[in-house]
Structure formats: structure tokens, C-alpha cells
Design a protein around this ligand. Structure first.
Ligand code: ADP
Ligand code: TPW
Ligand code: MG
Length: 605
């Protein structure tokens, strides 16, 4: 820490207490906080902003903070650790934020990310916005500069009006100005993050607040334990009846499970609904494993057929956004020929892209339970439809088997993924993290997931950079092994966190599909100049050596057998590992599966 800044930090804290014009006892306490010797007044116990924040978190069962410390939250991080809160100190706030966001998804409690002011806050903000977009509960807590100086734009250290910037990018942004409001401020942040549609909340804690001193007893009384942070939300009986009537009339019904269904942790109810109705279902990528992907009713391998031919589609915690072609157009059957039933906790999600014939507004568990309760003498989905779906599935699965059976050299995506598919089958409680383009799309379709919430990926934005943050959050929160399957480009966005992974000795095995670039490694600079083309990287890099630098294990593999050995070794040992997998640089496709979204110039010059 810069000396002059350190001095200023301390002086400010002392001045704040003085400015508070409180009793002499408080002044003494403030000085004590500064480490100066002073006689304690035994008659009054004191607390301060730092302690109140930590007490409020603990009271609400928050056990872990992810973040990057520094002015003005260094002491908060240190004291958190001292108070028994686990502090996972990352190398960049975006990764800490992603770890917190996925902790929120996995636990249904807000993941906490702690950052410093302005630049640290901005680094964390991308993760907060991404969490909000994905409906993951998260709280970004950032220290901030002095309001008086920020508001007059007088150029404070790391000056920024953080709350104003956060507001449009998250569910809500709050600021606490008085120590006695810390309890209510945190309660508000927690409830906002997890109730209704979950999302990101920004909590602004000015440096001055942290040093504010107050009577300990009054402080303790000011804390708020949030009661039932995300209350069940029941659909009305009329809405259930409407949905059941439509479902009953279906000749070609389909259920789509989204990550909202995975988040809801209503796994038994969902499984019962699917098995009782016999309806084919399609899991969105992070809903894979809610039922094992090998389930006979999974329609993943007949995706294009079921989307086009289904006459009634029930969406459970899945939005009709770009990932489902907005519920219309050539991916789907004729507009109007398909009826939608949608379960979602957010009423405004209904009719967002197409009309929803039967909206069920409520939480997944309550809605599915109510549907099940109304299904007396229920007829299973028509056999003709099931036969049609199964025929397509078998044909497509046979195509995939032949792709997996090939053993080209250098490896293509499928030959490497065939190995990882087997690893997950044999170790189904592994959490799989996945990002990249080809690496993402092909891993999603090749690797079956067997348990709920075991596949974490780029989500609604298709964002690169979630990899190491999600791997850290998943390892910390679940205690399970993590297998991160990363494109070489994707990995680069959060790669420095391998030091964090080694430092906390997390059981994370990172498999990097190294095809020398973004999508492919074969582009050339059209001018013939010495710069490489913008989509390619240094040829034949050895990412495994990066992990070795931090005491982890590394392997460089060129065949499926070598890959299999290396992954199994890593999973057996639980040691942080990077496996650099040589993939043919020529086999990837532009943008993976979503090349259609990529505008391309048709003009030649
Ligand atoms: P996917 O990308 O998997 O299709 P989305 O992120 O688009 O999923 O959709 C998730 C939906 O789930 C959101 O619309 C969100 O409001 C909803 N959701 C989140 N939690 C719950 C819950 N507990 N009950 C009902 N709906 C939920
Ligand atoms: C934050 C754009 C989408 S996919 C991708 C980029 C840069 C990398 C693809 O290369 P990779 O995978 O990972 O090597 P592969 O197997 O196809 O070679 N910045 C952000 N998010 C996105 N989505 C991008 C850029 C992108
Ligand atoms: Mg690549």
C-alpha cells in the first residue's frame, strides 16, 4: 500500500469518529481502532461499521466472501477471516464476482463479492450484470470514496459515483451511510437478490461508514435476520386448471427445462412430472442432469424435431430468448399452431416473445406440485409422438457414435470429448464447467450429465471468462471435484486464477482444447505482414506449464489415451491440474453453433 494513502486512510477513520460528535468514549475507541494506545472505557462496549457488516453477514448464514481486497476494504477482508467467514481472495474482481454468482446459483443464497472502489468495482460489475442476466443471486459489496468529494467531483482517490453506474446493470443498488443502517441495508440486499426472479444487487459501503463507531448493544439490535428470504409463490387454481386443460389436449407435448428449474431445487417434483406424463423433455444447457441425460424421455438428440413439431410446449424456468429462437421462426412450427405453458416466477416474462396461452406465475416447486396435484387419471403422452421422437433420437445418436469412434490425429473435438464423456459417466458428481465456442457447443451435446446443477457454462450472454471463477465457486461451495473444459481463448479470460486454485488447493482439473485460436487456429494475416491474424494465438503453446509454475500438475496430451490417463490422474489426486490438449487447428467452425448470428461482410475490396 502506498504510504501516504495508508496514512490518509487511518486519519480519515479517526476524523470520522470525531466528526460524529459522539461521546469521548467513542473518540477513544476510534483511536484504538487506529492502533494507538488509549485507555479503554470499561463502561461502554463499542462496535464499528466493519464489525457490523460482518455480524450482519454471519447472522444471515453467509459463510464465504469472494473478492479482491485493498483500500478501503482490506480490514474488512482480514477481519472477516478472523471472524470465521471464509475469504476466497482472487486475482481479479470479475473472477471473484463470477465465483460469487455461481455460488448463488448453486446454493440459492446470495454469493458475496467484495471489491475496492472505482476500478475494482467496475471489474466486479461485469460479473454482477452477468449474474443479473442469468438470474443468479449475488451481492457486489464495494467500498467507495467519500460522498462529499465524489458528489462535488473533486478528484478523490478512486473517485466514482458507483451506485449510479451499478443501478441500470443489476436488480437494485443500495448505499448505507450510517452504521446503524448496516443491518437493514444487508437485509434488503439479501432479500432483493433471492426473492422473486433472483439477480444481482449492488451494495455501496463508503469508506467512512466502515470506520463509524456506535454502541455495541445498539449495534447488535440494529441487525436484521432475514426471515424467509424467498417465500414460495403459488399459482392460482384457475391458472393451474387452464394449464392442465391445454396439456391434456396435446398430441405432441414437449417440456423444456431451463436453468431456473435447476436453480429452484425442485428436482423430485420435476422428475415426477416428467415421468408421470411421459412427455419428452429438452434440458437447456444448465438444466442438463436435472434428470440424467440418458433418461429415455430426454429429447436432446431430437431437438430440432421436437421444437418444430410439438403442439404444446411447457417451459419450466426457461425464457423464450435467443437460445430458443424467441419461440418463433423456422426453428419452430407455424406461429399460432403451438401453444405455450410457461412456469416462471417473473410475471413480466410472460408474452415476452410470443403469447403464452397458460402463464403459471410462481416458483417452480409450487407450480409443479400444483400441476401434479391436479393430474387425476392422467393419460401419458401419445405413443405415436414418442415413437417419432425416439426414431429421430436413435438416428442422431448413431451419427454421434460414429463421430466419437473416429480417432484422427491430431485429435478433433469429438475424439477428445469422447474421453471426457466417459470420465463424467464414471464420476457423475463432478461439476463440469464449460466455455469456448466449438469447445462449448460440442461438449454440451457430447457429454451426458447425470445429476442436477453439475453443468455450469457461459449462460444467457454466452460470455467468455466465467471459467475459473465458476470453477472456484463450484469447488468451494460443493466440495466436489470440478472439470473445466475450456477453449484456449476462453481460458485466457480468467487464466490467472489458476494461482488462486493452487493457493486454496481446490480439486479443479482444467482441460484446455488448444486449437491455437478463437474458433480455429488457421487464419492468416491477409497482408502477409508479421502480425498474426486476429483470431489466432501463438502456435502450440503449452498451457500446462502455467499450472506447474504455481505448484499444480500439468500434462500435454496428443491422443485420447493420454488424455484419459491425465484426467483420471487429476481426478484421483484432486490436485489442481491443467491438461493441454492438442486439437486440430483446422476443424473448428466459425462461432461454433451460432455462426448464423455473426454478420459477415459480403463486399470485397
Ligand atoms: P435457460 O437459459 O436455461 O433457458 P433462462 O435463464 O432463460 O434459462 O430462464 C430462467 C428463468 O427461470 C427466468 O425467467 C427466471 O425468472 C426463472 N426462475 C428463476 N428461479 C425460479 C424459480 N425458483 N421458480 C420459477 N422460475 C424461476
Ligand atoms: C467477454 C466472443 C465467443 S467464443 C470466443 C470468443 C472470443 C472464444 C472461442 O475460442 P475458444 O473456443 O475459446 O478457443 P474454440 O473451441 O471455438 O476454439 N468476449 C466476451 N465474450 C464473448 N463471447 C466473446 C468475447 C467469443
Ligand atoms: Mg480455440
Amino acid at each position: 500500500m502506498l504510504d501516504h494513502v495508508a496514512k490518509r486512510e487511518k486519519t480519515t477513520t479517526a476524523n470520522d469518529a470525531l466528526n460524529a460528535k459522539q461521546s469521548a468514549t467513542l473518540t477513544v475507541a476510534a483511536e484504538r481502532h487506529d492502533g494507538k494506545s488509549a485507555e479503554a472505557d470499561a463502561s461502554q462496549k463499542l462496535t464499528d461499521g466493519f464489525h457490523l457488516v460482518l455480524d450482519a453477514l454471519k447472522l444471515n448464514d453467509i459463510k464465504t466472501i469472494y473478492g479482491v481486497p485493498g483500500i478501503p476494504v482490506s480490514d474488512l477482508a482480514r477481519m472477516a477471516q478472523g471472524e470465521g467467514i471464509r475469504v476466497i481472495s482472487c486475482r481479479h474482481e470479475q473472477n471473484a464476482g463470477n465465483a460469487a454468482a455461481i455460488a448463488g446459483f448453486l446454493t440459492k443464497k446470495p454469493g458475496i463479492c467484495l471489491t475496492v472502489s472505482a476500478p475494482g468495482f467496475l471489474n466486479g460489475l461485469t460479473a454482477l450484470a452477468n449474474a443479473t442476466t442469468n438470474c443468479f443471486p449475488m451481492i457486489l459489496i464495494s467500498g467507495s470514496s467519500e460522498r462529499e468529494i465524489v458528489d462535488l467531483q473533486q478528484g478523490d482517490y478512486e473517485e466514482m459515483d458507483q451506485m449510479a453506474i451499478a443501478k441500470p446493470l443489476c436488480k437494485a443498488a443500495y448505499r448505507v451511510l450510517h452504521a446503524q443502517d448496516i443491518g437493514i441495508g444487508l437485509a434488503r440486499a439479501i432479500r432483493t437478490a433471492v426473492s422473486g426472479r433472483p439477480g444481482g444487487v449492488y451494495l455501496d459501503l463508503p469508506a467512512k461508514l466502515l470506520g463509524q463507531v456506535m454502541d455495541a448493544e445498539a449495534g447488535a439490535k440494529s441487525l436484521v435476520k432475514v426471515v424467509e428470504a424467498a417465500p414460495a409463490q403459488f399459482p392460482s387454481p384457475a391458472a393451474i386448471e387452464r394449464a392442465l386443460d391445454i396439456l391434456k389436449s396435446a398430441k405432441r407435448p414437449l417440456i423444456i427445462l431451463g436453468k431456473g428449474a435447476a436453480y429452484a431445487q425442485a428436482d423430485d417434483e420435476i422428475r415426477t412430472l416428467i415421468e408421470k406424463t411421459g412427455i419428452p423433455y429438452l434440458p437447456m444447457s444448465m438444466a442438463k442432469g436435472l434428470l440424467p441425460d440418458t433418461h429415455p424421455q430426454s429429447a436432446s438428440a431430437a431437438r430440432s424435431l421436437v421444437l418444430k413439431q410439438a403442439d404444446v410446449v411447457m417451459l419450466i424456468g426457461a425464457r423464450l430468448n435467443w437460445l430458443l429462437a424467441h419461440g418463433k421462426g423456422k426453428t419452430w412450427g407455424e406461429t399460432g399452431s403451438q401453444k405455450f405453458i410457461q412456469i416462471d416466477i417473473e410475471p413480466r416474462e410472460m408474452d415476452s416473445n410470443v403469447g403464452i396461452a397458460a402463464p403459471l406465475v410462481g416458483d417452480v416447486g409450487s407450480c409443479v406440485s400444483a400441476l401434479l396435484a391436479g393430474m387425476k387419471d392422467w393419460q401419458k403422452a401419445p405413443a405415436a409422438w414418442i415413437d417419432t421422437v425416439n426414431a429421430r433420437k436413435e438416428a442422431n445418436l448413431a451419427k454421434m457414435s460414429s463421430k466419437l469412434a473416429k480417432n484422427p490425429s491430431p485429435m478433433d473435438f469429438h475424439s477428445a470429448l469422447g474421453v471426457l464423456r466417459k470420465v463424467i459417466k464414471e464420476r457423475p458428481d463432478t461439476v463440469l464447467v464449460n466455455e469456448g465456442a466449438n469447445t462449448l457447443d460440442m461438449a454440451r451435446s457430447v457429454i451426458d450429465i447425470y445429476q442436477p446443477r453439475k453443468r455450469l457454462d457461459v449462460g444467457t450472454w454466452g460470455v467468455m471468462g466465467i471459467g475459473m471463477g465458476f470453477a472456484i465457486g463450484a469447488a468451494v461451495e460443493t466440495g466436489k471435484p470440478v472439470l473445466a473444459i475450456e477453449g484456449d481463448s476462453a481460458f485466457g479470460f480468467s487464466g490467472m486464477e489458476i494461482e488462486t486454485i493452487c493457493r486454496y488447493n481446490l480439486p479443479v482439473c482444467i482441460v484446455i482444447f488448444n486449437n491455437n485460436g478463437i474458433y480455429r487456429g488457421t487464419d492468416v494475416n491477409p497482408t502477409g505482414g508479421s502480425d498474426l491474424a486476429p483470431m489466432v494465438f501463438i502456435k502450440d503453446a503449452r498451457y500446462n506449464k502455467m499450472m506447474e509454475a504455481f505448484g499444480g500438475a500439468g500434462a500435454h496430451v496428443t491422443t485420447p489415451d493420454e488424455l484419459s490417463r491425465a484426467v483420471n490422474d487429476a481426478m484421483d489426486s484432486g490436485k489442481p491440474t491443467i491438461i493441454n490438449v492438442v486439437i486440430d487447428p483446422a476443424v473448428g467452425t466459425e462461432s461454433g453453433n451460432i455462426g448464423n448470428l455473426n454478420p459477415q461482410s459480403v463486399v470485397t475490396r
